[in-house]
Design a protein around this ligand. Sequence first.
Ligand code: SF4
Ligand code: F3S
Length: 104
Amino acid sequence: TYVVTENCIKCKYMDCVEVCPVDCFYEGENMLVIHPDECIDCGVCEPECPAEAIKPDAEPGLEMWLKLNADMAKSWPNITVKKEPPSDAKEFDGVAGKYETYFS
Ligand code: SF4
Ligand code: F3S
């Protein structure tokens, strides 16, 4: 499965949603997650994310994010159409510590 990681927070560009063939993205207020049981590992979303927030779960160190994607996908609503990204998305690209401050 692929995993949405910290840099999505407050960037939330949603380009990923447009390309996913199985519509397995779920929407929180400040970020999206991928449902790990629905993702078919096609990989097309990874290069589409302007914030480079999507990673294959084979990458080391993503355990926390894999668990967060799995947990949140159970309660957040499915999103299949890209919306308007936050107007200040660029300002948050690459900012450290976004999980602690802004996760929701
Ligand atoms: Fe969707 Fe493919 Fe990305 Fe999985 S890897 S979330 S199936 S676009
Ligand atoms: Fe987030 Fe990137 Fe999608 S910022 S909403 S994972 S395009």
